[in-house]
Design a protein around this ligand. Structure first.
Ligand SMILES: [Zn+2]
Length: 426
């Protein structure tokens, strides 16, 4: 597909997304139903991995997570590609920072999981155009006609964005791994109206802007590729003087985005989202992609901890509203209950306690045993107070207080996913 048809594909999905309106939840479900049926019927006919599935009902398809999906990789793409050749080709390309490898007409990207084995994601030119058009439709505050200069600071980019540029909308891709001074010089030269970057980097850029070291004034700022905590969001908003939105994007797909009211909505016009209840009202999304055809994303368990919004959003969207993303479900601590047994202790409780301690600016907590945590605090002088608050807060929430040992705080690395709370003990 050439640049012209690529641009047409972007525009088509841009317009379709902008023009799509659902009166209510029922209208959305009625719209999803035939598209889901089509996707599932095609999956059984196309992907060798689904030959044994006995019907076109979603429930007949196996639940997958990252591990099982990667194990079944060879039978879950329509190009007959195997995981080893995709990984090998992609690693060669990344080593030269050339970005983007093409095999049998599809781009191969490496996934950036925080743990586990490395994965590969395949996208056709049509799928990338659809992705870009949908993203533009949902992310541009004033639409395409108003024009935009969009700067994306990401780990990998390449052909995904290059195909999208036009006279009204310009993209620049800035390598997350390039030196900070170079990133800032490129940003100033480009003068973005829309800036999207991982939250750790936005935090640093906001500080630079506040100190007069970064003369850019984007009208919209988006956090991508990692969890955006409320304290970090507040600093970014103060630094740029505009609200920070969230693009909830994983290699598995474009999962959600913040609306004009600041609420994160799941993209239920791209995905069917089943909710796997993980306790305390939280859920992890199990997604089925309605449009991707190169690779099967069917009943794929994303593994993020989502906290659904209690109230419908005033924007009127029938898409599931999410109060916050709390990180990965392996970031959930498992602690003994005072009443017996163990229970999940969600990252936001820990975060609230430690960041609520006076003097604490940043922290990291790791559970490395059934009753042991390490706590790193910045500045170090606040460690004792933070440990005391954490211990009493966990007791207050009904847990047997774990032992807490000090660890050295290292500042967050913008090129890596930030995990303030994690569990290495299984
Ligand atoms: Zn909304």
């Amino acid at each position: 597909m050439g640049a012209a048809s690529g641009r047409l594909g972007v525009l088509t999905s841009y317009l379709a997304t902008r023009n799509r309106r659902f009166a209510d939840r029922e209208a959305l479900l009625a719209w999803q139903r035939p598209r889901l049926q089509r996707a599932l019927r095609r999956a059984r006919a196309t992907f060798p991995g689904y030959r044994e599935v006995s019907s076109d009902d979603l429930a007949a398809f196996p639940l997958m997570d990252r591990e099982t999906w990667l194990a079944g990789f060879d039978g879950l793409n329509d190009r007959g590609l195997n995981l080893q050749e995709c990984l090998a080709a992609s690693r060669n390309a990344e080593a030269g920072r050339g970005f983007g490898t093409t095999l049998r007409g599809v781009s191969v990207g490496l996934s950036t999981g925080t743990s586990g084995r490395q994965g590969a994601f395949l996208t056709s030119p049509a799928e990338r155009s659809r992705w870009a058009g949908t993203l533009l439709a949902k992310a541009l505050p004033h639409g395409l006609l108003a024009g935009a200069r969009i700067a994306l600071v990401l780990r990998a980019g390449g052909p995904l964005y290059a195909a999208v540029g036009s006279s009204r909308v310009r993209f620049t891709f800035i390598d997350l791994y390039s030196p900070a001074e170079q990133q800032r010089a490129e940003l100033v030269a480009f003068a973005p109206t829309v800036l999207a970057a991982p939250p750790v980097l936005l935090d640093q850029l906001a500080a630079a802007r506040r100190d007069g070291r970064l003369a850019i004034s984007p009208a919209a700022v988006y956090s991508i590729a990692d969890v955006l905590d409320a304290d970090v969001a507040a600093r970014i908003e103060a630094g740029f003087g505009v609200p920070v939105g969230q693009v909830y994007q994983a290699t598995e797909g474009f999962l959600g985005i913040t609306c004009a009211h600041g609420t994160l909505h799941l993209n239920e016009d791209l995905l069917v989202v089943e909710r796997e209840d993980i306790g305390d009202g939280r859920f992890t999304p199990v997604v089925t992609d309605l449009f991707r055809t190169t690779q099967a994303i069917i009943r794929y368990r994303i593994g993020d901890v989502l906290h659904p919004a209690a109230m419908p959003c005033p924007c009127g969207s029938p898409f599931q509203a999410v109060d916050r993303i709390e990180g990965r479900d392996d970031d959930v601590l498992r602690l003994a209950r005072a009443t017996g047994g163990t229970a999940p202790c969600f990252a936001d409780l820990v975060r609230g306690l430690v960041l609520g301690t006076s003097g604490v600016e940043d922290f990291r907590v790791e559970q490395d045993g059934p009753d042991h945590l390490t706590l790193a605090v910045s500045p170090e002088a606040a460690w004792r107070a933070a440990a005391t608050v954490l211990e009493s807060g966990l007791s207050g929430a009904g847990f047997v207080a774990p032992r807490i040992s000090p660890a050295t705080f290292t500042p967050p690395d913008p090129t890596r996913k930030r995990r303030r709370v994690s569990r290495t003990w299984q």
